[in-house]
Design a protein around this ligand. Structure first.
Ligand SMILES: Cc1cc2nc3c(=O)[nH]c(=O)nc-3n(C[C@H](O)[C@H](O)[C@H](O)COP(=O)(O)OP(=O)(O)OC[C@H]3O[C@@H](n4cnc5c(N)ncnc54)[C@H](O)[C@@H]3O)c2cc1C
Length: 487
C-alpha cells in the first residue's frame, strides 16, 4: 500500500495496522478497479445507496463500493486489502435490519463488497433435491428456479425480491416457514467462501452424511460477514406441500393466539400440516391499511389477529376455526396472497412512520403469553414512545417490536426491551442477527465464556479483524473480546 501523501483525490487516511503507514484512497480504488473492472468501483452518489441500510438507522461513509463478478475477483480483492487496515463490509441485498451490511464509523472508511453480481444458479439435482446458487442470487429467483423444477425452497420472507442467498445464509434468516422447514442453516448442505487473506474454501459436494470434522457451512450460517465472503451455497430443497389454506382470525390476547396455533398443529394427526403461524396487532393492521388501501379484513375489531397457513389440500379442513370465530379464509392463490399482504407489509408500513426502532426478539413459548403482554406494557409506558406495534412469527416465539418516537440514536428503549427478554430466557436477536445494532448488548444473551469462544473463532479466521468491523463484536474488539494470542 503506497503512502498517502499527495494522493490524487487529496484524501489521506491513516493506516491503523501498518503504523506509521498511510492509505492512498485513489490508489486503492484504482487497484481495485484493475481487479473488478473500473465500472464496478463506485463512489459518491453511486455509492450512497449502499452506505445506508433499509431502516435508514444505520450506515456510514465508504472508501468505495466494489462489485466483483466472480469468486476469483472476490479473492483478488481480499488478498489485496489483507493487512491494509481497511475494513471490508460484505453486502448482499441490503435488506438486513441490524446495520450489518453497511459501514460503521471506522477510520479509514471500509470498502463495501457487494455480491449482487454473483448471480449464477445451477440446475436442480432431482436425485438429491439440491441446487447450488451463487451468493448474489435473490431469494425470489431461487424460489422460482426451484419451483420450475418441481421443488420448493423452505425459506421465505417479505424481502424475497432483494434479499440474497448469501445474505440469508450469513444472517441464518428465519422468515415465515420456520415451523415447517427450520431456519436457513437447516437448508444448507455446502458452501464456498473466500477467507480474509483471499484463500478460497469450497465444500459444495452436498453430501448428506459427512462427519469429517468441523461444519464449516454451519459456522458461516449466522456469521454476518465477520469471517469470510460466502460466494456460493449448496441448498436442500423440499417437495411442494399439498394445496394450502390461509386463515385470518381475531383473538383477544397472546394466550388465545397460542391456543389456536396449538390446535392447528394438533391437526397433524388428521393429515394436515401447519406451515405458518403469524401474529399481527391492531396498530400494524391499521398501518398496512393506511399504506395499501386494504380494508379491515374481519367483521369486528380485535387487539390481535392470527394468520395460519396449513397444508390441508386447500379445503380449510386444517384450520381450527369454529362458527363463533371472527375469521376469514383464503383457499385460492389470489385470496391467500391478499391475506398474506396484511402480514408481509408490516415492516414497510411501520417504516412509513420514519426512521424507527425495529427490534427482533424471541421468548420461550411457555412464557410467551405473559411475556408478550408485559413487553407491550413496558413499551407503551416508555417515555417518548409515540406509536408502537408488535407482529411476528408466533410459532417461533419471535416478536418484531416496532417503536416510533425515540430518536434513532437513543438506545435506551432498545436496551430496556433486550433486558426484558433476556431476563425471561429469550433472545435479543431472533432472526435478524446482531449486526452493529446489538453488538454492545451481546452479553445479555451470551455469557463471557461464550463471547470469548466466538471471539477466538473470529480471531482465527480473521486475525486482522478486518471483516465487517463492529459487527457482532463491538469495535474496537478490546482486550476483553479479543483473545490473547502469542505467535
Ligand atoms: C420487509 C422485510 C422483511 C424481512 N423479513 C425477514 C424475516 O421474516 N426473517 C428474517 O430472518 N429476516 C427478515 N428480514 C431481514 C433481511 O431480509 C434478512 O436479514 C436477509 O437475510 C438479508 O439478506 P441480504 O442479502 O439483504 O443481506 P444484507 O442486508 O446485504 O447483509 C446482511 C448481513 O449478511 C452479511 N452478508 C451478506 N452477504 C454475504 C455474503 N455473501 N458473505 C458473507 N456475509 C454476507 C452482511 O455483511 C450483513 O452482516 C426482512 C427485511 C425486510 C426489509
Amino acid at each position: 500500500m503506497s503512502a498517502g501523501a499527495g494522493a490524487a483525490d487529496g484524501v489521506i487516511y491513516r493506516d491503523p495496522v501498518a503504523q506509521p503507514g498511510t492509505v492512498d484512497a485513489a490508489a486503492v480504488r484504482s487497484h481495485l478497479g484493475r481487479i473488478v473492472g473500473p465500472t464496478h468501483v463506485l463512489t459518491g452518489d453511486l455509492a450512497s445507496g449502499y452506505e445506508v441500510d433499509w431502516t435508514g438507522r444505520f450506515g456510514g461513509p465508504s472508501l468505495c463500493v466494489i462489485r466483483p463478478g466472480s469468486a476469483d475477483e472476490v479473492s483478488g480483492v481480499l488478498s489485496f486489502l489483507h493487512g491494509s487496515g481497511i475494513g471490508v463490509v460484505v453486502q448482499g441485498g441490503n435488506t438486513g435490519l441490524v446495520g450489518g451490511g453497511v459501514p460503521g464509523p471506522t477510520q479509514p472508511p471500509a470498502v463495501i463488497l457487494s455480491t449482487r453480481r454473483l448471480d449464477r444458479i445451477g440446475e436442480v439435482d432431482d436425485l438429491s433435491g439440491q441446487v447450488t446458487a451463487e451468493a448474489g442470487v435473490t431469494l425470489g429467483t431461487l424460489q422460482r428456479h426451484a419451483s420450475a423444477a418441481g421443488w420448493h425452497y423452505g425459506v421465505d420472507l417479505a424481502a424475497r425480491e432483494s434479499a440474497t442467498i448469501g445474505g440469508t445464509v450469513a444472517t441464518n434468516a428465519g422468515g415465515t416457514h420456520v415451523i415447517a422447514h427450520g431456519m436457513t442453516r437447516a437448508q444448507v448442505t455446502g458452501v464456498a467462501a473466500i477467507l480474509p487473506d483471499g484463500t478460497a474454501l469450497s465444500h459444495l459436494g452436498g453430501l448428506v452424511k459427512d462427519n469429517t470434522g468441523y461444519d464449516i457451512a454451519g459456522l458461516l450460517c449466522g456469521s454476518e460477514g465477520t469471517l469470510a465472503v460466502i460466494t456460493s451455497v449448496r441448498l436442500r430443497l423440499h417437495r411442494p406441500s399439498p394445496p394450502v389454506t390461509v386463515g385470518l382470525v381475531g383473538v383477544p390476547d397472546y394466550r388465545a393466539a397460542l391456543a389456536l396455533m396449538a390446535q392447528a398443529r394438533a391437526r397433524a394427526a388428521t393429515g394436515s400440516a401447519l406451515l405458518a403461524a403469524e401474529v399481527i396487532d391492531e396498530t400494524g393492521l391499521r398501518l398496512v391499511m393506511d399504506l395499501t388501501g386494504l380494508p379491515w379484513p374481519l367483521r369486528h375489531h380485535h387487539r390481535l389477529v392470527v394468520l395460519l397457513e396449513v397444508a390441508d389440500g386447500g379445503d380449510a379442513s386444517g384450520l381450527p376455526f369454529t362458527d363463533d370465530d371472527d375469521a376469514v379464509v383464503g383457499c385460492d392463490a389470489v385470496a391467500r396472497a391478499r391475506l398474506w399482504e396484511y402480514r408481509e407489509r408490516q415492516s414497510e408500513a411501520f417504516s412509513a412512520l420514519g426512521v424507527i426502532h425495529k427490534l427482533d426478539v424471541s421468548l420461550p413459548l411457555p412464557v410467551l403469553a405473559d411475556g408478550a403482554e408485559g413487553l407491550c406494557e413496558l413499551v407503551a409506558q416508555y417515555p417518548g414512545v409515540t406509536e408502537f406495534g408488535v407482529f411476528g412469527h408466533l410459532g417461533d416465539g419471535n416478536l418484531h417490536v416496532e417503536i416510533a418516537g425515540p430518536s434513532p440514536d437513543d438506545r435506551a428503549i432498545d436496551r430496556a426491551v433486550f433486558a426484558y427478554v433476556a431476563d425471561r430466557g429469550g433472545s435479543i436477536s431472533a432472526e435478524h442477527g446482531v449486526g452493529r445494532a446489538k453488538a454492545a448488548d451481546l452479553h445479555l444473551c451470551r455469557p463471557a465464556a461464550q463471547v470469548a469462544a466466538m471471539a477466538a473463532v473470529k480471531h482465527a479466521w480473521d486475525p486482522q479483524w478486518q471483516m465487517n468491523p463492529g459487527v457482532i463484536f463491538a469495535q474496537p474488539p478490546g482486550e476483553q473480546a479479543r483473545p490473547q494470542v502469542s505467535d
